[in-house]
Design a protein around this ligand. Structure first.
Ligand code: HPA
Length: 296
C-alpha cells in the first residue's frame, strides 16, 4: 500500500466518529456475519441500521450473500453491533481494507469480536450444519494484514498469537452449546485466499497440516482484532465437505443454502454467547447469565 499507517488511523477514526454520532451508546460486543447468515440480523429489537455505503471510508461488499450494513440492536436484552457483510481478500481488496472494520470496532470501544464463517469440512466426521468453534488457525493467505508500518496506538509491532481465540470465550461457547444440546466442535481453520475452492490434493495437504475446516475469511480479521487487544471468538459453520472429502462438487449456491439452513441453530448459540459476554460488569464470563433459562 502506498498510504501510511497514519492515513489508516485517520480513516478509521473518521468512520468511528460517524458511527458514534449516529448511535452514541454503543455495545462492546460485535458480531461479523458469514456467507448466507444474513437472517441472523433480522428481528433484532430496537435495531438501528447504517448501510456501509453511508459510513465514510467503509468498503462495500461485492459478493452475493453479503449485505453491507452495520446494525446496532439488542438480542434478549444484550446490546450488539452486527456487521452484516464482510470483505474478502479474493474480492481484490488489500488485507488492510478487509480488516478495516476491526480497526473501527477497536476505536468504538468494542471488547469482544465474534466472527462467523461458512467453511468446508476437512475432518471426515464433520457434516454440513456442524458448528466448529475455532481453537486456532493456519494463515495460508500468503500475507499478513499487519504488514507495513505499525501504529502502536492499535497494538504492538509483533503481536503474540498464542491464543488468538480466547480460551475463556471458547469455554462459554462450549457451555452454552451443551445447554442447548448443540455439539460445539473445537477445530483449526485453514484460511486460503480463494476464490477457487481447493483441489483434493490441497485438502490432503491441509489435513496433513492439522486443519479441520477451510475457508477464505476470518483469519485476517482475527489477527487485526487481537492486535487491537480485543477478545476473539469464531464459529465456522460447515456448509460442505471439502474437495475430495465428499463426492459432490462445491458450489457457492450450495454453501449459501447450507449456511441459511443452519443459521437458526447458530443463532440460538450466538444469542446465548452474546448474553454471557455482554454483562454490565464487563467481564461477561461469570455466573450471572448461567442462571438464565432457555429464552432463545
Ligand atoms: N473451501 C473454502 N471456503 C469455503 C468452503 C470450502 O470448501 N465452503 C465454504 N467456504
Amino acid at each position: 500500500m502506498s498510504e501510511s499507517i497514519g492515513d489508516l488511523a485517520a480513516r478509521a477514526a473518521e468512520s468511528a466518529s460517524f458511527i458514534r454520532k449516529a448511535i452514541p451508546a454503543l455495545p462492546t460486543v460485535a458480531l461479523v456475519l458469514g456467507s448466507g447468515m444474513n437472517e441472523l440480523a433480522e428481528g433484532l429489537p430496537d435495531a438501528v441500521t447504517i448501510p456501509y455505503a453511508e459510513i465514510p471510508n467503509f468498503p462495500v461488499p461485492t459478493v452475493a450473500g453479503h449485505a453491507g450494513n452495520l446494525i446496532v440492536g439488542r438480542t434478549s436484552g444484550a446490546g450488539l453491533i452486527l456487521l452484516q457483510g464482510r470483505f474478502h481478500y479474493y474480492e481484490g481488496h488489500p488485507l488492510e481494507v478487509v480488516t478495516f472494520p476491526m480497526r473501527v470496532l477497536k476505536l468504538l470501544g468494542v471488547k469482544t469480536v465474534i466472527l462467523t464463517a461458512a467453511t468446508g469440512g476437512i475432518r471426515a466426521d464433520l457434516r454440513p450444519g456442524n458448528i466448529v468453534c475455532l481453537s486456532d488457525h493456519l494463515n495460508l493467505i500468503g500475507s499478513n494484514p499487519l504488514r507495513g508500518p505499525n501504529d502502536a496506538s492499535f497494538g504492538p509491532r509483533f503481536p503474540d498469537m498464542t491464543e488468538v481465540y480466547s480460551k475463556k470465550l471458547r469455554a462459554v461457547a462450549r457451555e452454552e452449546g451443551k445447554r442447548l444440546g448443540i455439539n460445539v466442535i473445537p477445530g483449526v481453520y485453514a484460511c486460503l485466499p480463494g476464490p477457487s475452492y481447493e483441489t483434493p490434493a490441497e485438502i490432503r495437504m491441509l489435513q496433513t497440516l492439522g486443519a479441520d475446516v477451510v475457508g477464505m475469511s476470518t483469519v485476517p480479521e482475527a489477527i487485526v482484532a487481537r492486535h487491537g487487544g480485543m477478545d476473539v471468538l469464531a464459529f465456522a459453520l460447515v456448509t460442505n465437505a471439502a474437495a475430495g472429502v465428499g463426492v459432490a462438487p462445491i458450489s457457492h449456491k450450495d454453501v449459501l443454502e447450507a449456511g441459511k439452513k443452519a443459521t437458526p441453530l447458530l443463532g440460538k448459540l450466538l444469542r446465548r454467547v452474546v448474553l454471557r459476554v455482554s454483562d454490565p460488569g464487563g467481564t461477561g464470563l461469570t455466573a450471572e447469565m448461567s442462571t438464565l433459562g432457555g429464552d432463545v
